[in-house]
Design a protein around this ligand. Structure first.
Ligand SMILES: [Zn+2]
Ligand SMILES: [Zn+2]
Length: 453
């Protein structure tokens, strides 16, 4: 297994390949549904093989030899295999194990005294599976095409940027007065992406792909977003709240030319939204319901982007959360690990271009501290995650406030494409290119990624 890969591998037919980490267990049971061989020695596989670790090597039940890694390759087109006990929804309340079926090759390696199964599969097949499980079957074709280009760009930027100087995964600055933290996704070392929500959820060919998704993948085959000869790390969130945020206000302080402020309406203009980093403007913006692509209550459009659970809470464009003094002081103490005493005030200190708070001061009877960036603010002010950090604060009561009301805008970090806005654009007849160029600035859509890498 090479750890220094910074290019895209391809198979004998020149198809770009991705290595997806599927599961880690002490023993892995594989059912080969079509003929496969073990590439190390050319031996034909049995219908069912059981793989385990013994004396620090990988062994296959009933075979004498042992290896440091195994590569099983199909000998026919449409080769596929099934893995037992794949954990899905890892660390979520609905975590469960199931049989999953994958096409392409299977590599087994050792990591931390466990076996890791890696599926090596053509990029376009991987994308078909990912988008079929992420998007609703009712999604319109232009929305799916936009998502196909985003997912492909994200994936290929992960693979090609791996060993370049890359954005760091997290950072923190801490003084007596201020703790500023931000978190990004950690890279994988031994494969390109995992099959969980940490990367993009991938279930191989376990469930049938949707016809419209296959059409969207085919129609955008090989297309990626490029900026200055690099594949874009195409971020997206549920709803920008009317204006999208810049990369550096959420993660590392390194501006990305394509992840800049976008006013989310047809003419990209709104006088009120001109400078939302000014408190008075942000206040007026968040307390109003300006017209924008993601300002919609159309159930048919929302069902294309949100699963049914999410549709039960459709107040994402403008929302309200209320806490009593008791609730908020307890919440902040538990979530931050710091006892502020009674919460006397929550003061906006710095806002990004979308009105999202980058820094916020918590004034307590025992302690006063400024915290950031947006994800940290959202974590501390909610049991799960606050919808967004674009909010204003109202207090009630003289002296120690009895109640805090947060009035907010948007859902998610707000950087890059706004999914609900994109679904509305597609419904209004915009093409996937219109949608991508609306949300990602200074970009091109490159038609031949293979030649750029
Ligand atoms: Zn991952
Ligand atoms: Zn939006």
């Amino acid at each position: 297994m090479s750890n220094s890969k910074n290019h895209i591998q391809s198979d004998l037919l020149g198809k770009a390949l991705v290595e997806v980490g599927i599961m880690s267990e002490e023993r892995i049971e594989v059912k080969f549904n079509t003929p496969y061989i073990l590439q190390q020695n050319g031996a034909s596989c049995k219908d069912h093989e059981s793989i385990f670790i013994s004396n620090g090597n990988i062994n296959v039940e009933g075979r004498a030899e042992s290896h440091t890694d195994l590569l099983f390759v199909p000998t026919t087109d449409n080769g596929n295999f099934t893995l037992a006990d794949v954990t899905i929804g890892k660390n979520f309340h609905w975590e469960q194990k199931e049989l999953q079926t994958f096409s392409g090759a299977l590599r087994i390696i050792m990591e931390d005294n466990q076996l890791t199964a890696i599926n090596i599969v053509p990029v376009e097949e991987y994308l078909t599976s990912v988008i079929s499980s992420e998007m609703s079957a009712t999604s319109s074709i232009e929305l799916l095409k936009a998502h196909a280009v985003i997912s492909r760009s994200w994936l290929l930027s992960q693979i090609t940027n791996k060993n370049r100087k890359k954005t760091t995964a997290s950072g923190m600055t801490e003084t007596e007065e201020e703790i500023i933290k931000w978190y990004d996704r950690e890279d994988h070392i031994n494969f390109d992406v995992c099959a969980d929500d940490h990367c993009q959820r991938y279930q191989g060919i376990t469930r049938a792909s949707t016809k419209t998704v296959r059409e969207a993948i085919e129609a955008t085959k090989g297309l990626v977003l490029m900026c200055d000869d690099e594949i874009c790390d195409a971020r997206f969130s549920k709803s920008c709240g009317g204006v999208s945020e810049t990369f550096e206000n959420c993660w590392e302080d390194s501006p990305h030319k394509y992840l800049v402020k976008v006013i989310d309406n047809a003419d990209c203009h709104d006088k009120l939204a001109e400078d939302l980093s000014i408190e008075a403007n942000a206040e007026q913006w968040i307390r109003s319901e300006p017209k924008s692509f993601c300002n919609t209550t159309d159930k048919e459009i929302l069902s294309q982007v949100l699963n049914s659970y999410d549709q039960e809470t459709p107040d994402f464009y403008r929302w309200k959360v209320e806490y009593s003094q008791e609730e908020i002081s307890d919440l902040i103490r538990r979530k931050s690990g710091i006892d502020f005493g009674d919460i006397l005030d929550i003061v906006p200190m710095e806002r990004g271009v979308s009105g999202r708070l980058v820094k916020m001061k918590i004034v307590g009877s025992k302690r006063t501290l400024t915290i950031g960036k947006e994800l940290e603010i959202r974590k501390i002010l909610s049991e799960s995650h606050l919808y967004s950090s674009a909010f204003v604060i109202d207090k009630e009561g003289d002296g120690i406030p009895l109640k805090f009301t947060l009035t907010g805008a948007g859902w998610g970090h707000g950087v890059g494409l706004c999914q609900i806005g994109a679904a509305v654009m597609a419904a209004k007849g915009y093409s996937y290119k219109d949608i991508l160029f609306h949300y990602y600035k200074n970009c091109t859509i490159d038609e031949n990624y293979g030649n750029k890498i």
